[in-house]
Design a protein around this ligand. Structure first.
Ligand SMILES: Cc1ncc(COP(=O)(O)O)c(C=O)c1O
Length: 447
């Protein structure tokens, strides 16, 4: 990274900041106090004002291989110069087939086909559409209901927010998809606060699916979608036995189980996918983020052979699924994906994450007893630190902690009053210490 410490902000007029409507951001606060990142390498960002910032969040849960990895950067450079784009419909290019085959070889059970998208939100909407269409092509078109979960985050498409369970992401956007219901979330401060890894309490919450089946009848339900570990709502780790019971009920009633692994995929839990970590094979998996280590936007949906084959009964010259994106399997994204998988494999990064997870767990729970903390939770290289909200200003305490940590050189992420952590899988023990020392220091100062 360069040593340059000029302030590019001086070159920007206020108007330049004004035009950009920033996503999921307090725009006015940001524009009054901009935090601009201009370079990245390994575990670090460099800000426009010249500070080195340790990345405690892998960008936005995505940069699993670390920043600006040479092999990935060079693969992208080569591909963009050779063929920047190839038509995605009725045409193909080698990279998409190669990446799909490489991914299929990593998948558990009989998941073996890959549909490419450009983001997690698109992957989720694609998965929901495939689930509905699958039942229809098999003659069970009455299965139109989708079941999500409270506090679930499945991106921001209409499908994703409909099955998602975060009120603020839903309340402004009308009636959403019809025929959607929700399981209860699994978070309980009363029964599971300060659990190390998977909580002992809460497996029975999966039985709520039985109640929804009794209410709607199984013949109307297409799929259940959950994040194996809920990420964006604040790192909610599944209780022991919970996912197993969900799988059993789905099997019993012919309901497809979708794991949204946009965060948990690609090593976050010490395995390729959470499905492997928990020993449960869903019918569909959605991924994004780590598939290219955040280098180029890409998402994907993995389905079983049974699902893919169900669509292959149409006449041979007919399009089997009326769905796809201009940039599905984009050549540059595929090049990034292939190089990213190489880096993961060559450096054993998933295994590394698993080996570090004990050290990580101890570091997380070392914060117990510090001001404001009402829960600490962890799995793999994920952690949630829940703070007592200020009675009059929910979210303010965590946001001030985020600002203080940024000032002190560590990037964390907050959602309401929960700090969510997910460093690149190349993180060193000393950097783990720095992340938690910095957060601890901030919490002692924040009122
Ligand atoms: C579980 C999950 N699903 C879907 C998404 C949406 O992904 P994207 O922001 O790439 O659309 C996210 C993003 O954080 C996610 O965590």
């Amino acid at each position: 990274m360069s040593e340059r410490s000029a302030d590019p902000l001086q070159e920007l007029s206020t108007n330049t900041l004004e035009s950009y409507w920033m996503p999921f951001t307090a725009n006015r606060q940001f524009k009054a106090h901009p935090r601009l990142l201009v370079e990245a390498e390994g575990m670090y960002y460099r800000s426009a004002d010249g500070h080195k910032i340790l990345d405690g969040t892998a960008g936005l849960w995505c940069v699993n291989a670390g920043h600006c990895r040479k092999k990935i950067v060079e693969a992208v450079q080569r591909q963009v110069a050779r063929m920047e784009y190839a038509t995605a419909f009725q045409m193909g290019h080698p990279g998409a087939f190669e990446l799909a085959a490489r991914l299929a070889a990593m998948l558990p059970g009989d998941l073996d086909h890959v549909f490419f998208t450009n983001s997690g939100s698109e992957a989720v909407d694609t998965a929901l559409k495939i689930a509905l269409a699958y039942h229809r092509v098999r003659g069970e078109g009455a299965r139109q209901r989708l079941i999500g979960r409270e506090r679930g985050y499945h991106g921001v498409g209409f499908g994703g927010i409909s099955v998602g369970g975060i009120a603020k992401n839903r309340m402004h956007f009308g009636g959403l998809l019809t025929g959607v219901d929700h399981l209860p979330h699994t978070h309980s401060l009363e029964h599971a606060a300060f659990s190390r890894g998977q909580p002992e309490w809460g497996a029975h919450l999966a039985d709520e699916l039985e109640r929804l089946v009794a209410l709607h009848d199984a013949s109307t339900i297409a799929a259940v979608i959950v994040e194996p570990v809920a990420g964006s709502a604040g790192v909610l780790v599944p209780p022991k036995g919970y996912l197993e019971r969900l799988r059993e009920s789905c099997d019993k009633y012919g309901i497809l189980l979708i794991f949204d692994e946009v965060i948990t995929g690609f090593g976050r839990l010490g395995t390729s996918f959470a499905a492997e970590r928990f020993g449960i094979v869903p019918d569909i998996i959605t991924v994004a983020k780590g598939i290219t280590s955040g280098t180029v936007p890409m998402g994907a949906v993995f389905v079983t052979k049974d699902i893919y084959d169900a669509f292959m009964d149409a006449p041979e010259n007919a399009v089997e699924l009326f769905h796809g994106y201009t940039y599905s399997g984009h050549p540059v994204a595929c090049a990034a994906g292939l190089a990213t998988l190489d880096v993961y494999a060559e450096e054993g990064l998933f295994q590394r994450a698993g080996e570090l997870s004990g050290y990580w767990e101890d570091a997380v729970h070392s914060l117990k007893g510090l001001p404001h903390i009402i829960d600490l939770r962890n799995l793999g290289l994920m952690a949630g630190i829940e703070l007592e909200p200020r009675p009059d200003k929910p979210g303010a305490r965590a946001f001030e902690t985020f600002l203080k940590c940024y000032e002190d050189g560590v990037l964390i992420r907050t959602t309401a009053d929960i700090i969510a952590l997910s460093p690149p899988l190349i993180v060193e023990k000393a950097q783990i210490d720095q992340i938690f020392d910095t957060i601890g220091g901030a919490l002692k100062q924040i009122p």
